[in-house]
Write a protein that binds this ligand. Sequence first.
Ligand code: SF4
Length: 170
Amino acid sequence: MALEDFQPDCARCTALCCVGFAFDASEEFDYNKFAGDPCVHLGEDGACTIHDRLEQSGFAGCVKYSCYGAGQIVVQEMFEGRHWREHPGEAQAMYDALGVLRRVREQLMLLELAGDLKLDDAQGRERSRLIADLDPAEEWTPARLREFDIDGAVAAVSAYLASLKDSVAR
Ligand code: SF4
């Protein structure tokens, strides 16, 4: 995978992150939003109505957020372009898939970056094993994502990256 593959493509998503996730009023978000409620700043056209002034409007959390390309995969590949507005019965499954696939993609991106380090054979093999776990030959589906031990996968990648400290120092 190339790093460009982790770029969000909002034009091919349906603003799933602005609907599916909850946020709490804080320095990052200006109000309390429940999961599944569209953000009050989400326009009917699916675009953020305050996109050009997110930080000034109290939504620094949105500026920092990335789905690492998960949004477009969930919408286009898993739900064949269907929109949560027109398919409310599938909306929760879309949000759930995004929640897990976003974490999968984040770990894959970290492993991609680790490929730039000078890895020995064992480190390289372990990296490949972790990537295969997160990017299996059989494509992700909502059902497979539901069954996947994402917490375990994140812990395994964290442990692996921590073990590379010496490689970084080289
Ligand atoms: S402020 Fe804009 S980017 Fe942030 S959740 Fe609301 S609609 Fe989405």
